[in-house]
Unconditional design. Structure first.
Length: 199
């Protein structure tokens, strides 16, 4: 556990928990083994988190959320649990979403209360999930809707090749030409900091 981690009394946490800096895990949570929670993330009380779950930096996991085994949350995921904030009856019925085994949630996704994201689903970055997403589907948008199956996605090598071969947004005849990403030597894969920032 890195500096600034706060674990409240009253949670049950399995072996090999790993945390970043400034992590807060509240009371009455049940957390499995080999779970990673990265910097500045808050896991509020009463959550259920399975084995091998990875929660990246700057996430908020609302009370009564359920993350099944092998789920992954990218940085900035925000989870809600209250349909009508400030309403007494709504507070009595609070429930976070249920995220299925192996589901992958992209950067800065917002997930609303009571939503069920099926096992192995993938949610695109910046989406707002307001309704259930079936297992194994790729969903994105605001509101997020399913577009295709995860198994229909292009193979990762082809996707990287396609991205590296796109023409620049502002072509310049004076700009140096570089080989496609897949053809570059390992040391050429990422430009030096001075080249990327101009400093």
């Amino acid at each position: 556990m890195r500096s600034g981690t706060v674990l409240y009394d009253g949670s049950k946490i399995g072996a090999n928990l790993e945390t970043g800096h400034g992590v807060v895990i509240r009371e009455e949570c049940i957390i499995g083994e080999h779970v990673s929670v990265w910097s500045n993330t808050v896991v509020d009380y009463g959550c259920r988190i399975g084995n091998r779950v990875k929660i990246h930096a700057n996430c908020y996991i609302a009370q009564f959320t359920w993350l099944e085994d092998d789920a992954f949350l990218a940085p900035g995921v925000t989870i809600a649990n209250d349909l009508y904030p400030g309403d007494t009856r709504s507070a009595q019925l609070m429930s976070g979403p249920h995220i299925g085994a192996g589901a992958q949630i992209g950067v800065n996704v917002t997930i609303l209360p009571f939503v069920h994201i099926g096992a192995g689903a993938m949610i695109g970055s910046g989406s707002v999930v307001t309704r259930d997403i079936p297992a194994g589907m790729v969903a994105y948008g605001n509101p997020a809707v399913p577009h295709r199956r995860v198994t229909d996605l292009p193979e990762i090598g082809q996707r990287v090749a396609d991205l590296s071969e796109r023409a620049p947004l502002t072509p310049s005849s004076s700009a140096p030409q570089r080989a496609p990403l897949a053809e570059r030597a390992p040391h050429e894969q990422r430009a030096p900091l001075t080249e990327r920032t101009g400093r």
